[in-house]
Design a protein around this ligand. Sequence first.
Ligand code: FAD
Length: 497
Amino acid sequence: MPESYDIIIIGGGVVGCMVARALSRYRLDILLIEKEEDIGAGTTAANTALVHPGYDPPVGSLKAALNVAGNTMWPQLAAELNFSFEQSGDYVVAIGTEELPILDELMERGRRNGVPGMRLLSAEEMRRREPRINPQVSGALFAATGGMCDPFGVTLAAVENAVMNGARILRETAFEDFIISKGEITGIRTSRGDFACRWAVNAAGLHADEVMHKAGERPEFRITPRKGEYLILDRAEMELKSVYFPVPTAVSKGILATATVHGNTILGPTAVDQEDKQDKENTADGLEEVLAGGKKLIPSVDARQVIAVFAGLRAAGNAPCRTPGVDYGHDFIVEVAEKVRGLINLGGIESPGLTASPAIAQRVVELLQDAGETLTVKKDWNPIRPARPRFRHLTHAERQVLIAQDALYGRIICRCENVTEGEIIAELRSPVPARSYDGIKRRTWLGTGRCQGGFDLPRMTELLARELGVPQTEVSKKGGGSEFLRRLTKDAEGAGE
Ligand SMILES: Cc1cc2nc3c(=O)[nH]c(=O)nc-3n(C[C@H](O)[C@H](O)[C@H](O)COP(=O)(O)OP(=O)(O)OC[C@H]3O[C@@H](n4cnc5c(N)ncnc54)[C@H](O)[C@@H]3O)c2cc1C
């Protein structure tokens, strides 16, 4: 008999993890499966990390509704789950008078979408608020509900809270097919065997179309990966105050310059459709476009300030908006399947999917209730997920207290970002523990500074081998196949084993 669950969530990105957290409030047996070595390694790991106000999506679209609803949920979510979130507001900046009318259009769209706290600023006011802005600025739209976060931190916090409340998570477990009996989903087949369930939630991101098709749903639905490339600038060289968008293009919000919760400035993204769902390589053309776009907003940006590059893939779907009269072909799919019973599909969750994720999760709860599920709140449900100490954010006095409690907080492993051995050990023993270098990097921000891991890597391979109880040759960047060391040199043989 396969293990049995009420609900299995396929995909551990921000959407799947938010769904797990929302459902963990009820008396349900929940399993979340993720094919990769860690949660949040798909689109959730590489995006602009912004909580959008909601003036961008077309009026009447599901995207607009879930963006605005999701945005309002973030302050409480951040307070409960203790992740980094700054509601600094955001700006759309018009350069030259010809771009000015677009601000009025965005303002009107935002008003119709129900976005609070928007106002138009003069060029002078914009220059005062961000002295680095292009002096050719002609005006700006300010939206007070814009914010920034650490998307991986959000995802981890949500899934940890789900696990604390009884949900189970299995990583390195790939969905392969549905088990369907008499038009009803009764289980799934995975790379770790079969699991029985009454409901499956398809939150497979870029692969949500393939998962849908396995159930015979929406054969016409297709996800086209749309690549976005970025540059990360050195914190010591450039620090912006907020989030600066250009006026949008036909396909994207354009290349922006933004502060991050970690203090670095990022520039990007491009928007280029491709076939390959794996290809996240940066390109010379893409990075050139990003630099030019960044300079248009902030002319003092310089290629020498760049410390890293990355790219992410938007799961751009071709689902038309279902609201009559709204001509929009890239809307979210958040629905109960029509051809089989027991499946909820979350498809085409491109931007603003991060912002919308808590509202999507809430919609999943409502869809289950509408389908006749009786959801009973657990008496002991705990919405609070405590944060673990981050040494670099502490005062000198707080650091001393922490080190007195545990001397490992006095041993710095990453010098650029001041990450201590105590923090790393805590992440290896947390409710959803890290198991690789990237797992630690995403959780602690180790290796993301100017040296990009050059100093910490040798110490990390030793430390991970010791803590995970494996030889150093098995310590990996991101799971099997990405090991750092092929063999130990003669002198070091046996070290760390
Ligand atoms: C360039 C770019 C910029 C963006 N900027 C923003 C922004 O600033 N603000 C915003 O709100 N949104 C933004 N977005 C959108 C946002 O990042 C996504 O909407 C969000 O991360 C989607 O989350 P997800 O959980 O649906 O997908 P993912 O994070 O991709 O998660 C899906 C998971 O499913 C897993 N999976 C797939 N197939 C299987 C299988 N067969 N078995 C098991 N697991 C499987 C994958 O490994 C993956 O971990 C941006 C996106 C991009 C690419």
